[in-house]
Each structure stands twice: as C-alpha cells, then as structure tokens.
Design a protein around this ligand. Structure first.
Ligand SMILES: C[S@@+](CC[C@H](N)C(=O)[O-])C[C@H]1O[C@@H](n2cnc3c(N)ncnc32)[C@H](O)[C@@H]1O
Length: 356
C-alpha cells in the first residue's frame, strides 16, 4: 500500500435492526469492495473500517441509500482503557471524561458557536462506572460553557456522537444528514397516543419521514390487510378517503368514520373501478410472493403517478433475494423509489413505490 492509499481510510459505527447487521455489512461491502468489521453489539452495531476517505464514504452512502444500514456515526477519536469493564473505577471514569473534554476542545473549529445535538449510546458490555448521563453532562458543559455552542435535540448543525463500548469510547461529529438518520442510532421515537389502535401506525409515520413525502398529498387510499386499523386511522386523520380491506375486524372506533369504506373480505376477492386510488398501502404479514401477486392483481386500481407503501416479510438469510423476487413480480408496473428497513420494522422491510 502506498502512503497516499494508507491515508485514505475512515472508521464509522454502523447500526442495523437486531439480526440484520450481516445484511448491512453486505451493503457496505458492495459499495466499497473491501471493508473490515468488528462487532460492538452482536448482530446490530459494528465498527466499519472503509478503504476510502470520509468524503468519499459519505458520497457513496448518500447516493446509494442502504436498505439495512440504518445509521452511521463517524469515529474520529477513541479513548481506551485496558481494565476489564468491571474493574474500571469511578476515578478512572473521571480521567476518561477529561480526555473526552480535551478532544471536544481540540475540535473547537468545527463545534464552537454551532447548534449541537449530543447523542450518546452505550453497549450493555460497557463499564458500570461510565454512564451515559455523566458523559452527557461533561459534553454539554464543554460545548455550552467553553465553546459557546447552543445545545439542541433536533435541528442541529452538528451531531456529536459518543458510543460507550466495552473497552473504549468512540467519539465523532457529523452533520445530521451524514448519519443516514438524525435520530440517535436511527431509533426514531414517536409519542404513543391515548387510544392508539396499533403500534403498526409508527411504521407508517416513520415511512413518511424516511421517504420524505406527506400523506396530505394523497386523496384516495386503499389499505389491504388493514385490521385492526392503525394505518387506516392515520390516513383518515390526514383527511384521506380510505377503503380498508381485511377479513379481520377493524377497531370499533373507526367504523363510523365518514371517509371510511370497510370491506370485510380477502384482498383477492375485491374489485374496484380502474384508477380509483392514488395511494395503496399494504401491511399483510404474509408470504412475500403471495403478497406481491395479490398487490399485482390490484394495480389496475391505482392511477399512474400514484404511490404504494408496502411491508415485505423477510427471512434473514434470504433478505436480498426476497426483495429482488418481489420487485420482479411488479416489473414494468411499479418503480422502486426506496426500500428501507425502518426502526419500527421487525423481521420485515418497507418499500416505497411509484405506479408507472
Ligand atoms: C400486521 S396486520 C396489519 C396491521 C395494520 N397495518 C394496522 O396498522 O393495524 C396484518 C393483517 O393482514 C390481514 N391479511 C392477511 N392476509 C390477507 C388477505 N389475503 N386479504 C386481506 N387481509 C389480509 C390479516 O387479517 C391482518 O389483519
């Protein structure tokens, strides 16, 4: 390796949903050729060493939004300890905090006077003596008092990310858009509402954020596999007319909604006027192939230019193949705009598509 090539390297922490780190690493490998990975939390959080500089890494990741890699944070500084995590004392923890403060001060040029969000994560294997709250207080104090930065939670100019691992702290800073998600670890949080019908609603809310559209732009939605009605309730709240199809019952509080049509049927047994809908959503936890066929049979009812949000059930070992097979069924009728395993997806992934 020449000296110039040796300098071209960057380190980042990647996070996926639990059990999908292998897929996230595969996406990185496809983009960068070689990469070295070390797990920080098995099957979920890992350190990636890439054979390119930081600008090139970000450029490629932003141009090729990964499906399984949910969040990245740069590693610009590592503060290590040699003791077993259980042996790290409170005094040693204080030394580590002091080193973190020194690093923040050294990065003054990038951080001083800016709006800064501090995001701290901690492995369950991290020393008891090193706490998230203590790190937050140290970082906040340096940033606010010594660097004159404004501390914010959202809408920051820079995010300072600290990950407390088993044998070291990884620290870095980046612009929010460089992290793939501006939520800490990509863990998007929504407030649970009084009387909320299902947690599935969060998936649809997250899809809206992730894919960058607004449900308010649609008028007539078809929701197949709608029960108990979390997705339908969100679409109704946003003013859409909704046709909900499911042999299972919808939540009673939805039934009298003036903009709801409920068809208590299998989605294979319904018929509509062509082009009746500008949005089709589908959250059936069903065989991907059967779901794809079922949606395909209903595509005549979605007008060209309309959109679809579809959950695809995944088997870990065949995740990429499953997505490929599903898309093949719709070839020529639907264009994939983005595929992402959302924080609120479990063993599944969400597709955002355009009816062509
Ligand atoms: C995960 S639940 C959907 C949750 C819903 N999105 C919500 O927010 O409450 C999956 C639903 O798909 C329905 N389903 C499965 N196969 C179906 C089919 N062939 N036609 C219509 N609905 C179906 C099931 O009855 C079940 O209610």
């Amino acid at each position: 390796m020449t000296e110039q090539e040796a300098v071209k390297q960057c380190r980042l922490i990647g996070t996926s949903n639990t059990g999908f780190a292998q897929q996230a690493q595969e996406e990185i490998r496809r983009l960068f050729g070689s990469a070295v990975f070390t797990y920080i939390v098995p099957s979920e959080v890992f350190l990636a060493e890439l054979p390119v500089d930081r600008e090139e890494a970000l450029r490629l990741l932003q141009a090729n939004e990964p499906m399984f890699l949910r969040h990245i944070q740069p590693v610009l500084e590592e503060i290590r300890w040699t003791e077993n995590p259980e042996s790290v004392t409170v005094e040693q923890a204080e030394e580590i905090y002091a080193k973190l403060s020194e690093w923040l001060i050294r990065e003054k040029a990038a951080l001083a006077g800016k709006k800064i969000a501090v995001q701290i994560r901690r492995s369950s294997l991290a020393p008891q003596a090193i706490g998230k709250q203590a790190i937050k207080e140290v970082a906040d104090a340096v940033l606010a008092e010594q660097l004159g930065s404004e501390l914010v939670v959202r809408g920051s100019e820079q995010i300072v990310s600290v990950y407390i691992g088993k044998d070291r702290i990884y620290a870095g800073y980046s612009k929010p858009e460089e992290n793939l998600s501006d939520w800490s670890g990509g863990a998007v949080r929504f407030q649970k509402e009084e009387g909320q019908i299902s947690r599935a609603k969060f998936k649809l809310l997250e899809a809206e954020q992730q894919f960058g559209f607004s449900f308010n732009q649609f008028h007539q939605a078809l929701d197949i596999g709608a029960a108990p009605g979390g997705w339908t309730s969100l679409l109704l709240e946003r003013g859409l007319k909704v046709t909900a199809v499911d042999p299972a019952a919808l939540a009673p509080q939805l039934m009298k909604h003036p903009k709801l049509t409920y068809l208590k049927k299998n989605a294979g047994d319904v018929k509509f006027e062509p082009g009746s809908f500008d949005l089709l959503v589908c959250d059936m936890s069903w065989s991907p192939r059967m779901m794809a066929k079922l949606v395909d049979d209903l595509l005549y009812a979605v007008r060209p230019g309309g959109n679809l949000i579809i959950t695809v059930k995944l088997l870990h070992k065949k995740a990429f193949q499953t997505v490929r097979e599903v898309l093949e069924v719709w070839e020529g009728s639907l264009q994939l705009l983005q595929a992402k395993q959302l924080f609120h997806n479990r063993e599944e992934l969400t597709l955002y598509l355009l009816r062509v």
